[in-house]
Ligand binder design. Structure first.
Ligand code: FAD
Length: 562
């Protein structure tokens, strides 16, 4: 696989079949689909891969029980089918999870309606059900979740869905596309479109790491920039009306033992009746999400104090013994949903999660809306539209749909992890570390073990409050397209949202290991190793890419990396 910078100069040397703008899950899915068809395809991303909405989701691969309330049967049906596909092709990253849904007297969704909804959810998953949903009385539900508020409890339900590591799913999807011949570069921002004869034939890209500028030409340009799609569309046609209605959503991370739950919980907030989740994540839990119309630029999204308080109040009302306070919050994250603009009077929570694919006045294809869960279908439809614009003989060559639903993503070649667990224990790793590795790297855990065999020092944890070890840093730098310390901390290893300091204590170790892999000089290592403390505002040079929505994540300003 060529280096990312080499990939960018390679993209600029020839005309591609397709160029994808945006390295979130949508763009990654398109790259993979197109590359598997044999098309020459490139992708440019202005930040790190997955640094936009695709690393800020609720991390659910789900049909979306709550969308049944809005009669979105088709969306739920399709998403449940995709859930089955993703459980198959990425069993290490996408894993079944059990949800408990308590029903309380006076809830907006009464018990009978919950029972009907769960039954329908089970039916819509035909063939791909993890297990059938069930209803329980009050006593039964309290056996499942003893910490739930007893007052007013009428029983509830249990169902299954899937949880995934969103950022790692993006990276794995991209890597699969690269092994099929696709090319991708991160920190490469599209600053303008190239038009000839009234048709978009390429883009101007600014390499934010080197300062270089390049023109990349392609027979079809695809705008997969999530919440930024309208900004890109206005480069093509300044007067075009918005396709999207943006809505922000925040999560808070707390130690799981503060809530004491075993399962994931779906509940209606006693504050305002909205459907919310409490989700287990190792020894942590995250609570989310909010849904607020958002009119600023997507990179400005953060979890506000008001949102944090609302999420904690909602969780405290459900788990009255928890008494969660702001001091319990380890981290927060917030993202911007790229929702299709519908009727302005519809609340953001009721706006459809469907997607739309449109061709602009100069031929650029935009894919808007959708969900993490349905990315594979969105990608297939987008590539099909791009093919319809190619000359018939060229399009015919690539029309056959590739097996994106069967070919495993990297690390997903087997769902049987026992041999990897045993090898890890034999190497002297603690059981919790082994479990962590297997659920992140799947079959590629073998490569992590090889690194440890070569250098036993890589067994060491890189942060005092986290299980991540040095070998992971080497692994993600070599194989997972990380080029900066924050790429590793925030999106490959998730220290940014799993430690109270945003992973900063690990930065020196991560910088040293990355420096060794990437040939950084001492100055660069020192700058990467010292991100400013969380919340420090620094002046931004015009082109610096920052994603403060990951509010405790590192801020690379001053690192001189670009
Ligand atoms: P993004 O991930 O935002 O990717 C677009 C990329 O384009 C960005 O990385 C950006 O940097 C890049 N870009 C922008 N402009 C340029 C430019 N000029 N040049 C180059 N690159 C550019 N879905 C689910 O299925 N399950 C869930 O549990 C779930 N929970 C969610 C919770 C929240 C709070 C939110 C906000 C969303 C959630 N979603 C969920 C929805 C899902 O996360 C999104 O639909 C999906 O991640 C969007 O992916 P994307 O690739 O379209 O956009």
């Amino acid at each position: 696989m060529p280096s990312l910078r080499a990939a960018l100069s390679d993209l600029a040397t020839r005309e591609l079949d397709l160029l994808v703008i945006g390295g979130g899950i949508t763009g990654a899915g398109i790259l993979r689909d197109a590359a598997m068809r044999g098309l020459s395809v490139g992708l440019v991303e202005q930040g790190d891969f997955a640094a936009g909405t695709s690393s800020r989701s609720s991390r659910l691969i789900h049909g979306g029980l709550r969308y049944l309330e809005h009669y979105q049967w088709r969306l739920v049906f399709e998403a449940l089918r995709e859930r089955a596909v993703l459980l198959r092709i990425a069993p290490h990253l996408v894993r079944p999870i059990t949800f408990v849904v308590p029903a309380y007297r006076g809830d907006r969704i009464p018990r009978w309606k919950l029972a009907a909804g769960l039954g329908l959810y089970g039916l819509l998953a035909i063939g791909g059900n993890v297990a059938r949903p069930r209803m329980f009385g009050k006593a039964g539900l309290l056996i499942l979740e003893p910490g739930l508020r007893v007052r007013g409890l009428r029983g509830g339900g249990l169902y299954h869905d899937a949880q995934c590591d969103d950022a790692r799913l993006v990276i794995a999807t991209l890597r699969s596309g690269l092994t099929h011949g696709g090319r991708a570069a991160n920190y490469a921002r599209v600053t303008g479109l190239v038009s000839e004869g009234g048709k978009v034939v390429g883009v101007e890209a600014h390499d934010l790491l080197t300062g270089d500028r390049a023109t990349i030409r392609a027979r079809a340009v695809i705008n997969a920039t999530g919440p930024w799609v309208d900004t890109l569309r206005r480069m093509e046609d300044p007067g075009v009306p918005a396709l999207l209605r943006l809505s922000s959503g925040a999560h808070v991370v707390v130690p799981r033992d503060r809530l004491g739950h075993t399962n994931a919980i779906t509940f209606t907030s006693s504050v305002d009746g909205r459907v919310m989740f409490i989700l287990p994540w190792g020894s942590l839990s995250y609570i989310g999400t909010t849904e607020t119309d958002f009119t600023r630029s997507p990179e400005q999204v953060t979890a506000s104090q008001e949102e944090v308080r609302y999420l904690l109040r909602s969780a405290n009302a459900l788990f009255p013994q928890a008494h969660l306070g702001e001091e319990d919050v380890l981290a927060t994250w917030a993202g911007v949903r790229p929702l299709l603009a519908g009727h302005p009077n519809v609340p953001a929570g009721a706006v459809s999660r469907e997607h739309r694919i449109v061709r602009g006045s100069q031929g650029m294809i935009t894919v808007a809306g959708g969900k993490l869960t349905t990315y594979r279908r969105m990608a297939a439809e987008t590539v099909a539209m791009a093919l319809s614009g190619l000359p018939p003989d060229a399009a015919a060559q690539y029309r056959e749909a590739p097996p994106t639903d069967w070919e495993p993503l990297p690390g997903g070649e087997s769902a049987v992890f026992d041999p990897f667990i045993q090898t890890g224990l034999d190497l002297g790793l603690p059981p919790a570390t082994v479990e962590r590795l297997v659920h992140r790297y799947g079959t590629e855990t073998a490569a992590v073990y090889n690194l440890i065999r070569e250098d036993r020092r890589l067994l060491q944890p890189i942060h005092p409050d986290h299980l991540a070890i040095g070998a992971e840093v080497v692994q993600v730098t070599r194989r997972e397209l990380a080029v900066r310390v924050e790429d590793v901390l925030d999106r490959r290893i998730h220290l940014g949202t799993e430690t109270g300091d945003g992973g900063r204590a690990a930065a020196p170790a991560v910088a040293a290991l990355m420096g060794r892999e990437l040939g950084w000089d001492a100055d660069r290592i020192a700058r990467e190793a010292a991100p400013p403390p969380p919340g420090t505002a620094t002046a931004e040079p015009p082109d610096r890419v920052s994603f403060p929505g990951l509010s405790l994540g590192s801020d690379p300003e001053g690192t001189g990396v670009l």
